[in-house]
Design a binder for this molecule. Sequence first.
Ligand code: ADP
Ligand code: MG
Length: 333
Amino acid sequence: MITARAPGRVNLIGDHTDYTGGLVLPMAIDLATTVEGEPGGDTVVLSSADEGSEAVVPLDVADPPSVSPPWARYVAGVVAVMRPAGGLRGSVSTTLPLGAGLSSSAALEVAVALALGFDGTPLALAHLCQSAEQVASGVPCGIMDQLASAAGVEGHALLIDCTSLDVTPVRMPDAVDVWVVHSGVPRGLAGSAYADRRAECDEAAARIGPLRAATVADASSLSDPLLRRRARHVVTENERVGAFADALTAGDIDELGPLMTASHASLRDDFEVSIPVLDELVDRLAATPGVIGARLTGAGFGGCVVALAHPGATLSPGARRVRAATGASLTTQ
Ligand code: ADP
Ligand code: MG
């Protein structure tokens, strides 16, 4: 029997920057997905406590997006990219909410890959699962979610440079609690809008060079106002991630809130991935006593908001405190 466990993640700051080679600062969280099973055979058969129908995926699965039920596409994506030597019969369970922006999909992929015998570095595991997610969902996602799940360090956020793929753990100060609050809105538009935004960033980069190296002046030089806004978000968000990581390291907690506020405003106004429900939730949280800062987290259009708070703060009833957790692991009995 093998047991593979992979955490979800919350992104503290740096959204829509990973696929342009930028900076992100996620942390793996203490909510995770577990795959338990017995290796063998030439099929992957998994039940899920959260889904009615089993995933039944042959090792030579040809077209993951056409697999049914839909959740099995993530399993099929991993199988198609990894082509494991043998199958597996088992079950999936999770403490993560599904479709809430805490990367249950990445946690599922990473746990399935480990359960199927993936043996490599966390970065290689993340690459495999990023490809699996792209194949399964059709969304041209970056590497942040899978790398956070694979490489998490207890008590630390991860500063990820998506150009070099260096991962630098940044210790979370004891004086900062991390909370996630679900907006109640499913992330319906996230997939199609994500592809549009990625294409716009590619277009901006074709004109002014890699956005990672671009300056605010470069972004301002774009004649197309939409591309100008998109590029300005990415350039300024990269700056904010660096400043945020520095502030965490130095214990300059007062600097964190304004950076989160500016990040949310940039995602709302320049990148246009927020919705009024998220804006109102962020405003309400930011005005709550003891809250250091709040912003949307992940792709946008719904899902969760992340808030940092001083210990002892009381957030809204639906808020959930999360802790920085270790990355994915496998145990064999
Ligand atoms: P997020 O990754 O933010 O939770 P996604 O829309 O990217 O949201 O992924 C959610 C989807 O991943 C679910 O709708 C389901 O298809 C699949 N999934 C994730 N975790 C599980 C699980 N434990 N069991 C079955 N399917 C899961
Ligand atoms: Mg996901």
